[in-house]
Design a protein around this ligand. Structure first.
Ligand code: C2O
Length: 542
């Protein structure tokens, strides 16, 4: 492969949106940020220079970072943030990776505006497994906030409460005509009648999941999370934050202007959200310029869990890979939202107990505490003071979880907290059963694993039951983010063949703030991370 160089400057940009002028954090004053183009097996080198007062890091979401964990990007997991005025160069090779991925900031809530597409073309001469479309377009679903995102996270943490809702949902940064002062702040694709288009859909959302559809048009999914799938045709898709889908759409309708719409998928019973859609235009050549867009009546209701399951059921891996048939490491991990007696990051005096207490989210009853140093660096330097290796392999205590209904909270549902990591032996074949629970609410959680893709070998509603669960070991989708069904479970498998410290977390940012994460340490042999190269010389300090 060749080498692709990019210069990323973290810079403030003044934007006019929703009747207000704000300064937002961006890369190179672009919103969404610059597209990184590459080909399979290329080396990518991105020099990040921080010209804002904020800390920043960039995560290359879905890039496996084979032997390059130092460039993965989650702050305080694999690196200290790049501080104001500092520079850090990310370097990695896209080993056997192609398709649509994306990059985003991984410090506080900055990724709300700091994101962009990462498009990896197949090697020269290697065809797509479908007829290559007439044109392709990137569609990034996002959320726009008028507040300062770092302050917002800080205040949410301090109050221990829920996240305020976004000011707008956006398509490629545009709220669209359903919002105030946004009649012209609309994204548009011009299409030629009869032609087929590939849309690279990216879920760069912060605190919500989203349906997407185009009025009167069918979408054929051909790729998910950068992996080809068997073609699956549907009226609408759902993307959680962290998920990407390539879909084909043919302009086979009457000449006109059609809505491309995104709208909330909110499976939590008491979630706050705006029941509004963000609209872009899918406009035929020859259509009356300012004609009214045909509405996207195909968007499901915000809580349509069945619509989500239908799309999920349609995802089958095209290239049958090496799904691990045998398992060496089997972990059962509950994912829970609860009202914590002693919230994970809140001063103890603020603990208010069940019903009126602080929110917490946990994996196996542990709310992850972000350390003040990089875990990878600490591990590499044999400093064991900043984290522990006692993340439990099963829940500390089961919640009283029943088929998705939030139950009357038992008296003590508190989670513990700590910077608990889980050591996984290099080379072992891993299965994780992710079980949604919750005493406040159950919810579809987009769980993302850094450093790997994994086979989604099974999922279902209710509690996981090894006797009745059915697994697909033939053509399961190969993904980096899995929406664990609301009140249900998902089983994922991968071979732990990439040493490093790998963050695994819910990609709903508010849940990450509440502690819904764990760091997996994949190590080789007796010593820590022996096969990992030395850290780059310009690695920032905390
Ligand atoms: Cu796309 Cu740790 O995130």
């Amino acid at each position: 492969g060749s080498t692709r160089f990019y210069d990323f400057k973290v810079q403030m940009l003044e934007v006019n949106k929703l009747c207000n002028t704000r300064n937002i954090v961006t890369i190179n004053q672009m919103y969404p940020g610059p597209v990184v183009y590459a080909q399979e097996d290329d080396r990518v080198i991105v020099k990040l220079t921080n010209e804002t007062p904020y800390n920043a890091t960039i995560h290359w979401h879905g890039v496996r970072q084979i032997l390059s964990c130092w460039s993965d990007g989650p702050s305080y997991i694999t690196q200290c943030p790049v501080q104001s005025g500092q520079t850090f160069t990310y370097e990695f090779t896209l080993v056997k990776q192609k398709g649509t991925l994306f990059w985003h900031a991984h410090f506080s809530w900055l990724r709300a505006t700091v994101y962009g597409a990462l498009i990896i073309y197949p090697k020269t001469g290697v065809p797509y497994p479908f007829k290559y479309p007439y044109e392709e377009h990137t569609i990034i679903l996002g959320e726009y906030w008028q507040q300062d995102l770092v302050q917002l996270e800080t205040s949410v943490k301090a109050s221990g409460g829920s996240a305020p809702i976004a000011d707008a949902y956006t398509i490629n940064g545009h709220p669209g005509p359903n919002y105030n002062c946004s009649a012209n702040d609309v994204y548009k694709i011009d299409v030629v009648p009869g032609k087929t288009y590939m849309l690279r859909l990216i879920g760069a959302l912060l605190n919500m999941e989203s349906f997407f559809s185009i009025a009167n048009h069918k979408l054929t999914i051909v790729e998910a999370d950068g992996q080809y799938t068997k073609p699956f045709t549907t009226d609408r898709v759902m993307l959680g934050p962290g998920q990407t889908l390539n879909v084909l759409v043919t302009a086979d309708q009457k000449i006109g202007r059609y809505s491309m719409a995104m709208g909330p998928y909110m499976s939590a019973q008491n979630a706050l959200f705006q029941n509004i859609t963000s609209i872009a235009y899918f406009q035929y050549l020859g259509a009356t310029p300012n004609s009214v867009a045909l509405p996207a009546s195909l968007l499901p209701r915000f809580n349509d869990n069945l619509a989500v399951k239908t799309v999920m059921d349609g995802l089958k891996c095209l290239e049958m890979g090496q799904v691990p048939k045998e398992i060496d490491t089997n972990l059962f991990i509950t994912i829970g939202i609860n009202v914590n007696k002693c919230g994970s990051k809140t001063p103890k005096q603020n603990c208010q107990g069940v019903n009126g207490g602080v929110m917490a989210a946990s994996m196996n009853n542990n709310s992850f505490i972000r350390p003040n140093v990089s875990i990878l660096q600490a591990y590499y330097d044999h400093i064991n003071a900043h984290f522990t290796e006692d993340f439990p392999g099963s829940p500390l205590k089961f919640y009283d979880f029943v088929n998705g209904a939030p139950n009357s909270a038992p008296n003590n549902t508190g989670s513990t907290n700590g910077t608990r990591t889980k050591v996984i032996e290099y080379g072992s074949r891993v299965q994780l059963i992710l079980q949604d629970t919750g005493t406040v609410t159950t919810e579809n959680h987009p769980i993302h694993l850094h450093g790997y893709s994994f086979y989604v070998v099974g999922y279902g509603s209710g509690n996981y039951n090894p006797q009745t669960a059915s697994f697909n070991l033939v053509d399961p989708p190969y993904m980096n983010t899995i929406g664990v069904p609301v009140g249900g479970w998902a089983a994922i498998r991968f071979v732990a063949d990439n040493p490093g410290v790998w963050f695994m977390h819910c990609h709903l940012e508010i849940h990450l703030t509440w502690g819904l994460s764990v760091a997996l340490i994949v190590k080789n042999g007796q010593g820590p991370l022996e096969t990992l190269p030395h850290p780059p010389a310009d690695m920032p300090r905390c």
